[in-house]
Design a protein. Structure first.
Length: 685
């Protein structure tokens, strides 16, 4: 209590109150330093907010909707995400006319979100279907099977249903819907039996008015400002303008190379952009006379959606694996929004912490090196003909190792991305590691084999098979800090520690559960094991004896890493969360579920303990502050200062198993915790 009294007497509290301290401490989620976002699957649908502040994008296959800042491409937030391959797949996003709300449309949902803070407001339906706001924003029309529902936006109540007369129960399908600017009319593109139509209703009385036969499927429809003309994307190589009162074609815009799949109308109705199906080409037309003004060609991926900025000077293009903003006048790309366009399989810090490497699968097969402080791209490395499953830095910081689906491990020079050596395996390489003495490289592959080579001459030192099961793959390899041991885990739950000198086995353990990741303590005395099941283990390196095991829930671990301070470790769970736990007993300290879905694939601490980098299945890479990055930084604001000291003082004498004020995690807030704050006072990350 001596320290307690002296600190309390000598501390000038000033205007800082306990309530403020509690508010500072109560941080929800991990605080981002920078984010490099993307979408990891084909279809990307985009929309621009009416005030040109934001872009919304829906990743058709990665189960996410994201919000970006239009002006500089900065990622704002993930609006909605579902566990990978388990939740809704989103195929439409629409801003409200005032820009305050966003509607997301998935296979099984139509939801309303508040744009400024990302709050979920309500669910209109558990059935997906294209939607359209009325121009005053008070109503939302949504396709629901054979009919169109009308909802009140302020309270979500259903206020009407638009139907098509169908006495014989004939097949009906609806594909697109739009409100007229004056709110008096609703039009939809659809199919009745085998014929294709534009269907028209009086929006106020909800009376069915007419069907205009089109002889082609209408995938998108939008009204012009005159309230009687609609522009459509048609499946017969034309975009068209129709008069919905007379049912006649006003004008046609031909796509000679492919059918017109998507359209966008400028806000003033003078320009029309149209993109072709399975095409990299989109065209710009003058509405008044049908003149083709410009043809644009995307350099990668086919075009899925188009949107104009409010001044019509820029066109946003969402495509397969890209989001780009084009300047209309010169016809040039002004900004690229997506960084990764596939799953980010691994992240790794350079030994000095100045760089972060990320790897991607399948379509990209790219290793990117980023500046860890600001997220600037330093270098992109290509060479694996197929996906890259893992990448790691060498302890000397000069090399980068990667393992690929092509069945090779490769060594690259960090300074210029040059390929230094290729190490051949007979199957896809799931995991790679470089020994701390920079002498050896190990690769675990899908044929249940681990191979170790000398780096200097490429000589194979030894090759071992973990267990002859089919199928079985070596999922993780890791050298001990002194380079004398190689820990190997496989998908059948075999953990084996090999001596690197001769490949002999020190000890082995069978878990009968897929081993997902391994981590040695900094002194090499213990090894942490994460499995597909719901249990993590800590074992003594010397003999494999169990230190502790901890059930983490109903699902297992995808990735884990021990913090440089040796007190904590972080793990990514298979249900899409990040947890920080104690090394002493595996107890949970914090669980984070914001910006972690669809699923985190890899998580690593920075060497200085200040940051965590993690990657997701949707092509997004995060750099965040480590909530326990500084010993004594109790409120996790990145600096050890008076606020932390006050928090510990107010909690002095408290006891428990999960107290944030218990800096050394011994179960009680006492003099030792105050000393740790004082000894680190003034430090920051």
């Amino acid at each position: 209590m001596l320290i307690f009294r002296s600190v309390l007497n000598g501390l000038i509290i000033g205007s800082v109150s306990l309530n403020l301290l509690v508010a500072v401490y109560a941080q929800a989620g991990l605080e981002s330093v920078w984010v490099r976002a993307g979408h990891s699957d084909y279809s990307t649908i985009v929309a621009i907010s009416p005030d040109d502040q934001y872009i919304a994008s829906a990743g058709g296959g990665d189960s996410t909707v994201k919000l970006w800042r239009l002006s500089d491409g900065e990622f704002i937030r993930t609006v909605v995400a579902n566990p990978y391959a388990q939740g809704d797949r989103y195929f439409s996003v629409v801003f409200s006319p005032d820009g305050q709300y966003l509607v997301t449309v998935g296979q099984r949902s139509i939801d309303l979100w508040r744009v400024p803070d990302g709050t979920h407001v309500r669910r209109f339906s558990t059935q997906g279907g294209k939607v359209a706001f009325s121009y005053d924003g008070s109503k939302l029309a949504g396709i629901q099977g054979r009919s169109i529902k009308i909802w009140s936006v302020p309270d979500g109540t259903e206020i009407g249903t638009l139907t098509i007369p169908n006495p014989n129960n004939t097949y009906i399908a609806l594909f697109s819907v739009a409100f007229s600017p004056d709110g008096s009319t609703v039009a939809a593109g659809g199919q009745f039996f085998i014929s294709k139509y534009i269907f028209v209703w009086d929006a106020n009385s909800q009376t069915y008015l007419r069907a205009i036969q089109t002889n082609t499927q209408i995938s998108e429809i939008v009204f012009l400002p005159d309230n009687i003309t609609v522009a459509t994307a048609c499946s017969d190589r034309f975009a068209r303008l129709w008069n919905i009162e007379t049912g006649t074609v006003v004008r046609s815009f031909e796509h000679p190379d492919t059918l017109a799949y998507t359209i966008a109308l400028s806000r003033d109705g003078t320009l029309l952009a149209s993109g072709g199906f399975e095409s990299r080409i989109f065209r710009l037309w003058r509405v008044s006379d049908g003149t083709l003004l410009r043809t644009f060609t995307a350099t990668k991926g086919v075009i899925e959606s188009l949107a104009f900025t409010s001044d019509s000077n820029h066109i946003l293009v969402g495509g397969r694996q890209f989001i780009r903003l084009w300047n209309r006048a010169p016809g040039a790309i002004q900004r690229e929004y997506t960084q990764h366009t596939d799953q980010v399989t691994s992240v790794a810090f350079s030994p000095d912490g100045s760089l972060v490497a990320s790897s991607t699968t399948n379509t990209e097969s790219i290793i990117r090196i980023w500046n860890s402080s600001n997220g600037a791209l330093v270098r992109a490395i290509t060479g694996h003909p197929q996906g890259v499953l893992q990448t790691v830095f060498a302890p000397n910081g000069n090399w980068l190792a990667s393992g690929g689906i092509d069945g090779t491990a490769r060594l690259w020079r960090v300074a210029d991305g040059a390929l230094l050596r290729v190490f051949n395996a007979s199957a896809p390489v799931w995991s790679v590691a470089i020994s701390p003495d920079n002498q050896l490289i190990a690769a675990g592959s899908a044929d249940a084999k681990v191979r170790v080579w000398r780096i200097d001459n490429g000589q194979l030192i030894f090759e071992r098979t973990t267990r002859e099961y089919d199928p079985n793959a070596v999922s993780c390899v890791l050298f001990s800090p002194d380079s004398s041991l190689l820990a190997v885990g496989d998908t059948w739950g075999n953990l084996i520690l090999y001596r690197t000198a001769d490949g002999s086995v020190l000890w082995s353990q069978e878990y009968r559960d897929h081993i997902m990741d391994l981590a040695f303590s900094s002194d090499g005395s213990v090894i942490l094991i994460g499995t597909w099941g719901s249990t993590i283990y800590l074992r003594n390196t010397a003999d494999g004896s169990l230190v502790w095991s901890q059930v983490i829930g109903i699902v297992g671990v995808k990735s884990l890493h021990i913090a440089p301070d040796g007190i904590h470790f972080a793990l990514a769970t298979l249900d899409g969360a990040i947890e920080v736990r104690r090394m002493s007993d595996g107890g949970l300290l914090r669980r984070y579920e914001r910006e972690t879905l669809p699923r985190v694939l890899s998580i690593r601490y920075s060497p200085n303990n200040c940051y965590l980098a993690y990657s997701r299945t949707d092509g997004t890479l995060f750099m965040v502050h480590n909530p326990y990055g500084l010993l004594g930084d109790v409120n996790a604001d990145g600096v050890v200062d008076d606020s932390d000291l006050l928090i510990v003082l107010f909690a002095f004498g408290s006891s428990g198993s999960n107290l944030p004020e218990d800096v050394n995690k011994d179960g009680i807030v006492d003099d030792a915790d105050l000393l740790m704050v004082l000894f680190n006072f003034g430090r920051n990350c």
